[in-house]
Design a protein around this ligand. Structure first.
Ligand code: SAH
Length: 252
């Protein structure tokens, strides 16, 4: 059976995933708790990525080398960058870039040295499956989430976006910074801190990766206010709903 890694950024998300795995066994490697078990007939390994690119890369490498995962799916939250990407929307990644990678003038800006690459692709088939699961999962979640917990968001109108996700070792919480990123990477939909690192590791090992991020903030001056409320009320519920739909779709 081909093992699938379920990587999440937040404790709340992992807790919701573990509730769905009846038989999970914990193994600690590199200070991380890896949970091996089953969900919808798939052998899965659930783990927290931890925050930031290096932490995520270590987690991804361990998943591949020690746990032999053959596919990787990431769920988490991100800041909306492009003007039409709003809080409550969902982004399925098609490409990843490290927005803070800069070895210029030795290498072009954003190029990962010695790879010749600036952007790493998400796996097309896995991302397609995730994009199919995404709106269904939103319906599932809204059917069980009382409207009093929607944080005044119009979640029934939440949009699905697909495209570029930018990662870097910074929580972007200033409008100036977010605007600078938008100018630099006009097609970037969202900003976060892990997935481009996972994508680089998955590229090196030829392991398919797909990622979905709910937009928790607009990466602006209000980001620090919105963030904790969004995680607790919405993001962790959405992550488990989207994985639930995805795993039903994928053949074991
Ligand atoms: N205060 C939080 C910090 C989490 S860092 C805590 O207590 O844990 C933010 C996480 O959410 C990262 O994993 C990152 O991938 C994602 N994220 C959400 N909004 C972001 C933003 N505006 N900029 C960068 N990362 C963001």
């Amino acid at each position: 059976m081909s093992r699938i890694a379920l990587v999440s950024a937040m404790h709340e998300e992992l807790a919701a995933v573990l509730e769905r795995m009846p038989d999970e066994q914990k193994t600690v490697v590199a200070g991380r708790e890896f949970w091996v078990g089953h969900w919808h007939g798939h052998e899965v390994v659930a783990v927290l990525s931890r925050i930031g690119k290096v932490a995520a890369a270590t987690t991804a490498t361990t998943l591949i080398e020690r746990f032999g995962v053959k596919r990787m799916v990431f769920t988490g939250v991100a800041g909306g960058l492009a003007p039409h990407v709003n809080v409550g929307d969902v982004v399925v990644a098609r490409e990843f870039i490290q927005h803070d990678m800069d070895a210029s003038p030795l290498f072009p800006r954003h190029e990962v040295p010695l790879t010749g690459m600036t952007r790493f692709a998400a796996d097309a088939a896995l991302s397609e499956a995730l994009a199919t699961a995404a709106p269904l999962a939103m319906q599932d979640m809204l059917a069980t989430l009382p409207q009093t917990e929607w944080l005044n968001l119009d979640l029934s109108n939440a949009q699905l976006h697909q495209g570029l996700i930018a990662s870097g070792d910074r929580f972007v919480s200033q409008t100036m910074e977010s605007q600078a990123l938008q100018r630099e990477l006009p097609d970037a939909l969202a900003v976060e801190m892990e997935c481009a690192a996972l994508a680089q590791v998955c590229h090196d090992y030829d392991v398919p990766l797909a990622a979905v991020r709910t937009i928790s903030d607009r990466a602006d001056d209000a980001a620090h206010v919105d963030f904790p409320r969004f995680i607790q009320s919405i993001a962790s519920r959405y992550s488990v709903a989207v994985l639930d739909r995805l795993l039903v779709q994928l053949s074991a």
